[in-house]
Ligand binder design. Sequence first.
Ligand code: SAM
Ligand code: SF4
Length: 473
Amino acid sequence: MAGLPAMKNSDDAVDFINDAYLNKLLNGPSPEPGLVREIISKSLDKQPLSVEETAVLLRANETELVESIFQTARALKETVYGNRIVLFAPLYVGNYCINECSYCGFQCKNSLAVRRTLTQAELKEQVLALEAAGHKRLILVFGEHAKYDADFIAEQVRTVYSTRSGHGEIRRVNINAAPMDLEGYRIIKAAGIGTYQIFQETYHHETYARLHPSHTRKGNYLYRLDGLSRALEAGCDDVGIGVLFGLHDWRFEVLALVAHAVHLKERYGVGPHTISFPRLRPASGAPLPNLSAATDADFKKVIAILRLAVPYTGLILTARENADLRRELMSFGVSQIDAGSRIEIGGYTLGQNQVVDREQFELGDTRSLDSVIRELLQDGYLPSFCTACYRLGRTGEHFMEFAIPGFIKRYCTPNALATLTEYLVDYASPETRQAGQELIEKELAKLQDSPTKSELEKRLRQIEETDKRDLYF
Ligand code: SAM
Ligand code: SF4
């Protein structure tokens, strides 16, 4: 393909998705309740599940067992992550694309799409708008095109980090873009990225081939499947996997996601940092393939079973879902959400309503960051903009968040409280500020007296009374 590097897999690239085996696991008989309970108690003990064990949970249909899976997901969310929810926003940089993914508004055959790439000045303008709303963490999103090579993406990352105004700054930039070669990942890593995300869309080979024609770059299943292995080999030790639910049987996809996580952990000693589970949305100029819809009830199981199978992996629920469902699903083990999102190119400086023919797909939750934060606070969650681990090099196999007992109390909760205080002081509406202060008081009361608590209280006062910001543990 002109302008893009040849697609070379890592030397030991392997297609670890065996469709026949996964189908066999899914088509087994209804499991004995005793076996299901045994697996549930293994995950309550925070042990990751195997593909085979996950399949047993997926085959459990009795109401009582399903309810028990849901309860375990809620309990794990509470014990592993506490009540923190990390917030971010997507920033679409360019929608030129050479691929023909039939579900996506950016596909090259969509003649209705308004094609644009943000100029450097426009990118800065978008970043300033996001900072003015209070964001600290972004994910940059790109179509696949020779224009968006590794050097270009790295330049956008540097521009985002260097665009600051007042207390506004972006402290973590993640990427969602096409798979790169080793050299590409090295270039992007050097620009200081957080997570590199690639969604396989569907792990089911036949469906993948149908939706991504073989003459297109994305038609190479193995190159995409191996994409994050190459990222890890090139030193990007923080990667995110995902599936676009609605293309193939959701139960197959959950098993395949777990197989992918197991593969990365076995081979590189580190599993994916996050799993995303976008659901198919209507897209202008891309008639819905509507192959295998995951209903809301199915979707709850997707999230709960993933929570049990990979207790230490972050789960990302996007604004593709509507506000009510997001509120309900939050308790099932979600650890990150986007909020105040706009996905038109240049969307953060457009008016209030989404402009559907400029989007890749239609968003379900278009509320502002402030109203999402207010709802989280009222529901007892602790919104966090923390970026400390990544900036202190606590990533990949050095990622300590869950390995060290007491890590959350010593680092995550104080950092969440400090970043929330920054948000409340600098950006929040009076009602959100009120709700935030009430939650902060409750959280401080929960912390035992310790040098960390006194230091935290000192820092919260500094944020309130001075210009000091970014005070992390
Ligand atoms: N072009 C790159 C790629 O395909 O990997 C990255 C960016 S793409 C804009 C980001 C993700 O959006 C895709 O991986 C896909 O899962 C998701 N997506 C595409 N069309 C969608 C739709 N109609 N509804 C919901 N999500 C969609
Ligand atoms: Fe292009 Fe990605 Fe959309 Fe496929 S999903 S058409 S590769 S932007």
